[in-house]
Structure formats: structure tokens, C-alpha cells
Design a protein around this ligand. Structure first.
Ligand code: TNX
Length: 554
């Protein structure tokens, strides 16, 4: 840290200090350590080089990404060069830092003679570049040229994440998101150092990924959304999905595809007859209910049918997915007996491990036998609801306990804090409120290590060592309106970004900070001020955020 001594008084006369101690730049998520540096900072010019101290294509790619990121607002096309001995007066990206930084850690030094981001490889450089963005004026996020000057605030940062799994989920099943809209969300999430995109690809209201061997899944299963029927292309072709995966990877984000089951399966049951006990396909579903469907698992023949279906689907999806995980769902199956549920877990787990992938499931999956290295996603209530202590809550605790005992790691997405589809307050035009309202402070004020505590008499069910990270989940049951009053035709669809922006900003950055920043920095007042400084960035970028009343916007 650089000590700053600023005389506030000259003789006996109070003077206005022209160059006061700079407030630390407002960065979200809060870095591990951040200290002020004296001086005026480094101002980018048209010829400023982005100097990557490596020829590794991934590291050079981060340089190219940074140059492209800065181009629209600055009007500069900063040249990206690779040198072994950077000359200063540049933005230096050095991937040759010590291994102690880990895959995602970085240091960032910015002063009058330049900016240096040092990491142990390209991924850490990318995370550091997201911090660098926030050291520039808000207008840098503008898609059109702005006047500048483009001065990087002087600061010294050393940073690395609390958790390695920091995810955001899109429910493309209830509301179909065109590829461009998913990419937009990827960019928004990456800015807050989210490193995983969970895509909820299947549900009652739609099946969104082409499976070549089962064409009905898209001709029939993709024709509906929540509230709408008649679609012909509400799904991703294999090439579109691969394009999404590649785009996410360019933002150092892993895609986790979810094929939900054995419930939430009306789209599959409408497409593939032998998944139904009477071997008759059901009608496609476009309503708003949950807990309404189940694969037939009540006799050996149908268990075989379901297993074979899952093998086909999961092998197809796994082949398109470089990431290590397949999410097999497992939530909300009120009609399943214990043995039917166990058959599902077994079939889904074998189909997944057969592809060399790791299983993720909603925490209900803990009831079944999990393969080694599985992850469970806790979506229960972290706290203060009237169902605490009821049979529903204790069933949840048993499922979580069973997962813990099997060695599963947990992704924490407690619905009363991390569900971005919950309304902020009674005026929120979209979303649901079954878990109560989730104002920004509530999205921020929780800790993963105690998220299962209040469901268990204040003692956490998941040991800290078994927590892999966090997820912000943006369900889309009510992506058009909070009621069933929908536009009357699909031509009146607002872009998904209208909903996504409003529900995610400012709460997604709150969950991102829970995942990244040390618990010792957790402080609502400080966070709300740093969050407020993001508002002008979202305005510049055209993000339709909610100017929540609990945040002191500038
Ligand atoms: C519960 S959470 C669901 C989803 C809904 C969501 C709406 C979970 C695993 N299942 O099917 O979309 O509530 O808030």
C-alpha cells in the first residue's frame, strides 16, 4: 500500500484540496486487496499498445478481446503486440506470473506509466481485464464513440476468487432466447467474473436442443413456450449450440447443459410416445404450472425406454459440450415413488458417466445413488420462511444430507437470495414471489457456508469444504409479465434482454460478489456504494437495469 499524506490545512486557513486522496475505485466483485496509488493514472491514446508477454494464442486472445472491448467507445483500435520485454506506456498482459495466483488470480498495477495485469495463464488475465474495465470511466461501456479522456484509475490490486464455481442460469425452456441474446448475457455475466453458464435446456414448456436421432423433440417439443404455442424454431441446432459454447469459452465460461427429469418433462412426453406409460404422446404444454409431469418409470420396459432415451440425448449433448458437466435436473417430482426416482438417477447418472462427464443435479438428486465427483445444487430456502421445520423442509434436508454423505460438492443457489426470477418488490412487473420478494440487499446478504443453516435449526447441513460455489438462477416462468397476461402474439415479444437485464441488474453482481470476494470484505453499505457506481456503466451499455431504491445511485 502506498501511504498518502494530504495536507488538509495550510497554516490556519482551510483550503480545498485540489488532489484529494483518491477514493479507491469502486470494483464489483470486491478484490481481495486494493490500495491507492498516487498520481493521475494512465491515459490511453490511439497508439497505446496492448502488449501480451507471450505468444500463447489464449493469452494473445485476451489482448485482442481487450482491444475490441475498448474500441467502440474510445474509437481507438489499440494494437495488440507480443513482446518478451514490454516497454512501458502500454497495457501489459503478462501470463507468466507465479502459479500461486491460481488459474483465475491476477495482480493489476496501474500508474502514470502504464498498466500491468499479471496472471498465471490466460484465464487470470481475462478476470483481471474485467477489473481493468471498471478502472476506466463509465462511458467506456458505450457502443458509440465518446470523448474520453480514457484514464485508468491508479491502483494496486491483488485478487483471486473465493470459489471456483460461479454460475448464472438462463431458463431458455420457458422463454426461448435467440443465440444473440444468450451471448449478450454471457458478456454481462463475464464482466462480473461469472465463469459458468447453466443453460436450462428442457422443461415442460419446451425442448431447446436438436437431437438428430429424435427429430420430434424439436418439431413438437420446441413448438411451445410459457404462454405461447406455434413455434417452429424455438431451439438451438447443434451448430448454434456449439457457437454458444465457443462464445462462452472465449469469455472463459464453461457451459453446463441441463436436461431436466424425471419431472419437468412434458415437452419430451409430447415428442416421444414410449416415455409415457400408455405409450401415447401427450399434448404439448404451454401453461405455467410446475410438478405436472413424470417420465414413466413404473415398469421395467419403461425404465428401459427412459434409459435409452437418456443415453441418446445425453451422448448427443455431451459430444457438443467440452465442459466436464451434464446437469440432469431432478427437481419437483411429487408423483414419483422412491424407487421410480432412484431408477431415474441411475439411468441419468450412467448416461452421463458413460460420456466421461460429471453429474450435476438439483439437491433432490441426493436421494439417489450418485457417481463420484457429483455436484448438487441447493435451491432450498436459506432462511426465514414459514415452511422451516415442516415436512417439506425436512425432506430437503434429508436429500442434502444424503448428498453430503456421498461426498457431493454443492452449488449454492438458495431461492430466497439467489433466484433472480423473484420480484424485487410488489411493483416488479415480471417474475414470481413464491419465495417472497428479493430486494438487492437480500440478494447480497447471505453466506454460502451458512445457507443451509436455518433449514436445520441454525446449524449448516453442508460442510464448508463441500461447497463448490454459487449460482444466480434466472427462471423464466413469467418473463413477460408477473401474471398470465401475455402479449397476444409472438410478434409482440419483447426481447428477452428486457426481462434479463431488469431481473439480473443489480442482483447478478451481488451473487457474483458472494462467489468471488472473501467473506471478510462482505459489507452491505460498502457493496451498495460500489454497486451504485455500476449504474452509469449499465446506462452507457444500454442495460435495462432496475434502479432499486436500496442502492445509492449517483
Ligand atoms: C422452481 S427451483 C423450479 C423451477 C421454477 C422456479 C420458479 C427448481 C429447481 N424448480 O421449475 O421455474 O421454481 O421460481
Amino acid at each position: 500500500a502506498v501511504a498518502l499524506v494530504v495536507p488538509l490545512f495550510s497554516g490556519t486557513t482551510a483550503v480545498t484540496v485540489a488532489h484529494a486522496v483518491p477514493a479507491l475505485p469502486a470494483i464489483v466483485p470486491q478484490p481481495v486487496s486494493e490500495s491507492a496509488v498516487t498520481g493521475s493514472g494512465f491515459t490511453l491514446a490511439a497508439g497505446t499498445q496492448v502488449d501480451v508477454v507471450s505468444t500463447d494464442p489464449a493469452a494473445v486472445g485476451v489482448g485482442t478481446y481487450l482491444s475490441a472491448l475498448l474500441a467502440p467507445a474510445t474509437g481507438f483500435t489499440l494494437p495488440v503486440v507480443s513482446s518478451t520485454q514490454p516497454a512501458g506506456n502500454a497495457v501489459v498482459l503478462d501470463p507468466n506470473g507465479p502459479s500461486t495466483l491460481g488459474a483465475e488470480g491476477y495482480t493489476l498495477t496501474s500508474n502514470g506509466s502504464g498498466v500491468t495485469v499479471t496472471a498465471y495463464g490466460a484465464e487470470g488475465l481475462f478476470r483481471g481485464v474485467q477489473t481493468l474495465r471498471q478502472l476506466l470511466p463509465a462511458a467506456v461501456e458505450s457502443p458509440a464513440v465518446k470523448p474520453g479522456p480514457w484514464t485508468v484509475a491508479p491502483v494496486q490490486i491483488s485478487d483471486s476468487p473465493r470459489y471456483s464455481y460461479r454460475s448464472a442460469m438462463l431458463d431458455v425452456a420457458r422463454r426461448f432466447y435467440p443465440v444473440a441474446q444468450v451471448k449478450r448475457f454471457i458478456d454481462q455475466a463475464a464482466a462480473y467474473k461469472i465463469n459458468t453458464l447453466h443453460v436450462h435446456l428442457t422443461d415442460d414448456q419446451g425442448w431447446r436442443i436438436a437431437i438428430g436421432a429424435l427429430p420430434n423433440l424439436t418439431t413438437v417439443g420446441a413448438s411451445t413456450q410459457s404462454g405461447f404455442t406455434g413455434g417452429t424454431s424455438w431451439y438451438y441446432t447443434a451448430a448454434e449450440y456449439q457457437d454458444l459454447v465457443a462464445y462462452a469459452s472465449s469469455r472463459f465460461m464453461t457451459v453446463v447443459p441441463e436436461i431436466d427429469g424425471p419431472g419437468h418433462t412434458s415437452a419430451a412426453l409430447a415428442s416421444v410416445a414410449n416415455l409415457n406409460c400408455n405409450n401415447q404422446a401427450i399434448a404439448p404444454y404451454s401453461g405455467f404450472s410446475v410438478g405436472i409431469s413424470l417420465y414413466c418409470l413404473s415398469d421395467a420396459q419403461h425404465v428401459t425406454n427412459v434409459s435409452s432415451f437418456l443415453s441418446t440425448v445425453i451422448s448427443t449433448v455431451a459430444a457438443l459440450t467440452p465442459g466436464p458437466y451434464i446437469h440432469v435436473g431432478g427437481d419437483e417430482t411429487p408423483q414419483a415413488t422412491a424407487s421410480q426416482y432412484a431408477s431415474y438417477v441411475s439411468a441419468a447418472a450412467s448416461a452421463t458417466t458413460a460420456q466421461g462427464k460429471r453429474v450435476i443435479g438439483w439437491h433432490q438428486l441426493g436421494q439417489g445413488t450418485l457417481p463420484a465427483n457429483s455436484l448438487l445444487q441447493f435451491w432450498g430456502d436459506a432462511g426465514d420462511r414459514s415452511t422451516v421445520g415442516t415436512s417439506q423442509e425436512s425432506a430437503s434436508i434429508q436429500q442434502v444430507r444424503s448428498g453430503v454423505a456421498q461426498g457431493a460438492k454443492f452449488i449454492m443457489s438458495p431461492s430466497d437470495h439467489a433466484y433472480l426470477d423473484m420480484k424485487y418488490d410488489s411493483n416488479t412487473p415480471y417474475g414470481l414471489s413464491w419465495e417472497g420478494y428479493v430486494p438487492v440487499q437480500k440478494a447480497y446478504d447471505w453466506d454460502p457456508t451458512t445457507a443451509t443453516a436455518k433449514t436445520n435449526g441454525n446449524s449448516p447441513v453442508v460442510p464448508a469444504a463441500q461447497i463448490a460455489g454459487v449460482e444466480a438462477a434466472l427462471w423464466a416462468d413469467r418473463a413477460y409479465s408477473g401474471s398470465n397476461n401475455l402479449p397476444t402474439s409472438t410478434s409482440q415479444f419483447p426481447e428477452p434482454s428486457v426481462y434479463t437485464d431488469y431481473m439480473s441488474f443489480p442482483r447478478l453482481p451481488a451473487i457474483a460478489e458472494i462467489g468471488w470476494s472473501p467473506q471478510s470484505t462482505h459489507d452491505w453499505t460498502a457493496f451498495s456504494q460500489r454497486l451504485a457506481a455500476q449504474g452509469p456503466r449499465w446506462t452507457a451499455a444500454g442495460v435495462n437495469y432496475y434502479a432499486a431504491p436500496d442502492v445509492p445511485w449517483p
